[in-house]
Structures are given as C-alpha cells and as structure tokens.
Design a protein around this ligand. Sequence first.
Ligand SMILES: [Zn+2]
Length: 272
Amino acid sequence: MPELPEVEALVRLLRPQLCGQQIRAVHVRHAIVLRPQTARQFRTRVLGRRIAAVTRRGKYLLLRLAPQDAGWMALHFRLSGAIFWFADHRLRGHVDVAWELERGTLAYADPRHLGRVHWLEHPEQSAGIRTLGVEPLTRAFTVARLQALLRRSRRPLKPFLMEQTQIAGLGNIYAAEALWHAGLHPKRRASSLKGVQVRRLHKAIVEVLRRGIECCLKPEPDLSNPEWTMPGIEAMLAVYQRQGRDCPRCGRRIRRIRQGHRSTFYCPGCQH
Ligand SMILES: [Zn+2]
C-alpha cells in the first residue's frame, strides 16, 4: 500500500517522463475507478491537455494540467492501486485507465478497484485532500506543531500517526517504524508524551520518511513491468512484518498485535 515515500518516489520517477507532454488519448477500461465521475466526463476534461506538473499531497499523486484552469488529476492508490509507465503505446497487464502521451503511455490499475482517479478543478475540491493534515517533510512540521497535535488527541500513538487529518502520508509501515525509532509503545496515549519524547518522535517521523524515499528509489522500480515492486524498503524495516524476529536494538522478539482493525508491529523490550 503506497504511503508518502512510495508516492513521492513515483513523483520523482514520473516527473521527467510526463512534464510537458500532451494527452493524445484516454483509454478507460474500468470506469469504476473514476467514480463518481463518468468516463465521458473524465475524458472531456483531460483529453488534449498537457501535463504541467507532477506533485504529491499526502498519499495522493497530483498531475496539474495545462493550459491554466485546465484543472488537476488526483490519483489515490488505497490498498492495491499502482501506476505504470510504458515507453510505447501498448498496454500490458491489468489496466483501468491509461493516458496516451506523445512519448509513451501512463496507466493506472487497481485490481480491487478501491483506488480512485479524479479530475478536479483544484485539489482542494476533494474532501480527502482538503482535510489532510500537515506535510511531515515540510517546514510547517515543527516539534511545536507535533506537540500541539499530540496534546489534542485522545487516541493511542499508532492510530494517531495514521490519521491523515493530523499528519498526511503515514500509513501502517512508516507509523510502526517511526514509533520503533522513537522507542514509543504504539498503544501509548498520544497526549501522554513528554517534551523529549515529542522531539524523538518528530525526528523519527522525518528520518523514517526520508530514508523510505531513498529506499523506494534504490533499486529503482521498473514502472513498465506490470509486477513492479519497491524491494529496497525491506532493508530499512526494523519491526514492520518482522514478528517473531529479534529486535535490532535490544534483541527481544518483535510482536504483532491488532490495533483498530490493523496489524501493529513493535518491540516489547524497547518501546514504552
Ligand atoms: Zn527492542
């Protein structure tokens, strides 16, 4: 499931390929991913436009269209959505929507059809984007800001970190890893953190996300392969999906628990 680092890595890989190119054709194979928009509405909005910018907000990949006022496309991947880049105009594998550009084809696919592709006048038009919290890799994400968010929350740390309206972009992987780096228990109440712990958590969030982006890009995924993955992330994981293995810091066994319908991974020896 793509979180901030995966989407940011895609932005960096796709930007040089897509920017400036005109959308020559739009193929909609499964219109369900466009809902509530129809294939016809979507096609009318994007056909003939140019891709002016490739950016990200939270876990959303955003494509700004040109000319001015041509709007945006917002792509959200949910659990199993993915994007592909083919250097020609031949589609491979399961594809829901494809954009034929001058020098290649961009494609979006989600076998479970939970992800979405929308045309928007402006990103803020989407409630999911409008309500996103602070971007953790910007200057706006300060220790004081994190402290204020933590104080106001009544939730345990792990679900707090995954709440997109608080901090945008963290999901199951990076929330678990950040808590391990900060030495904090996932069930601990967000509002109970002391100053030094807030600073530790802040540093851990930023470092885990930065390192995540690097690992997503090394080795670089081949976006033309319908089965592409980002195997580099494995190298940085301390607790995520490592239940039963030894903690790299204290040697105790990593545990897996259920927390709010999701799996949480942590070390009982060094996370308090
Ligand atoms: Zn440990």
